[in-house]
Design a protein around this ligand. Structure first.
Ligand code: C2E
Ligand code: MG
Ligand code: MG
Ligand code: MG
Length: 282
């Protein structure tokens, strides 16, 4: 039982686990004040027309410039922010910052409309007045609603009845576009989604695996993506592919009829001052 004893001790004193717990705790308790202190920043990743290569929009992706831990990716803190509810003020900050930025781009290039796409967490739909927040921020920033897209996951809209569905309808009536993020990772009930005021599906990056050079091509992925694109189009939805990493993937997606692509092949997420150069002359 010496071994079991050793194990028990290890479990109690594992320094790495402890550090991890402290970090989680430190991050989780400082999220709200960090929003107030302005420690977050947005990077923007282009969404590109697969047919013509034109930048149609950009997705706003949040980063935490932590005074102690350096720049943190969203997977380090979005889950915590959802658990603690800090996602509501953080999400509001993201929305306001992205809309303000998009309005500045619009004023700089009135003839090159650029849609800004903002991720919205489940809790923002279920526990906060998202419609009032969006309406207030659009009024404050003067961004035309058609230049805003909200990205929700399937879990935020599945089984939506009552309040969440009302919120989606109100946003859509306002002229804001709704996209389903990471499509294909959840229950993926297209028949159901087509009855919601959704305009775009963002195909999850995992579908791109079978399109990747170097890996054994998975013809099933290509067949599934092609069928999904056709079905989505017949239901009046447009399709964006995530995680496009190579020219070959972009070419095959274009052939299949997918509308837009996003990924490292086009660009990494960039700070806002790098976006205008991707859009060509004003
Ligand atoms: P997402 O919305 O699916 O965003 C796409 C993620 O894929 C981004 O990661 C992006 O940097 C990454 N990506 C882009 N192109 C490629 C590629 O070609 N290959 C690969 N392997 N990855 C690529 P990021 O910025 O780390 O964000 C991760 C997730 O965090 C996002 O996934 C989104 O769910 C969440 N997130 C980011 N910003 C926000 C936000 O402001 N609010 C909320 N609620 N969630 C956010
Ligand atoms: Mg997204
Ligand atoms: Mg996504
Ligand atoms: Mg994804």
């Amino acid at each position: 039982w010496a071994k079991a004893d050793g194990k028990a001790r290890w479990a109690l004193f594992d320094p790495e686990r402890n550090a991890h717990r402290i970090t989680r705790q430190a991050l989780s308790s400082t999220l709200r004040p960090a929003v107030e202190r302005g420690e977050f920043a947005l990077h923007y990743q282009p969404l590109v027309g697969l047919g013509d290569g034109v930048v149609r929009g950009v997705e706003a992706l949040v980063r935490w410039r932590h005074p102690q831990f350096g720049t943190l990716a969203p997977n380090r803190f979005i889950g915590l922010a959802e658990e603690t509810g800090a996602i509501v003020p953080l999400g509001r900050w993201v929305l306001r910052t992205a809309c303000r930025q998009a309005r500045a781009w619009q004023l700089a290039r009135p003839h090159r409309p650029l849609v800004v796409s903002v991720n919205v967490a489940v809790r923002q739909v279920w526990d906060s007045d998202l419609v009032a927040d969006v309406a207030a921020i659009l009024a404050e920033t003067q961004l035309p609603p058609r230049l805003l897209q909200l990205e929700l996951t399937e879990s935020a809209v599945m089984g939506s009845s009552g309040r969440p569905l009302q919120q989606l309808r109100a946003l859509s009536e306002m002229g804001v576009a709704i996209a389903i993020d990471d499509f294909g990772t959840g229950y993926s009930n297209l028949a159901y989604l087509s009855r919601l005021p959704v305009s775009t599906l963002k195909l999850d990056g995992s579908f791109m695996r079978g399109f990747r050079a170097g890996e054994p091509p998975n013809p099933a992925d290509e067949t599934i993506v092609e069928a999904l694109v056709q079905l989505a189009h017949r239901l009046g939805l447009t399709v964006t592919a995530e995680c496009v990493e190579s020219a070959e993937q972009a070419e095959r997606l274009g052939r299949i009829g997918c509308d837009t692509g996003q990924g490292w092949f086009y660009s990494r997420p960039l700070p806002p001052d790098r976006i205008p150069e991707l859009m060509g002359p004003p």
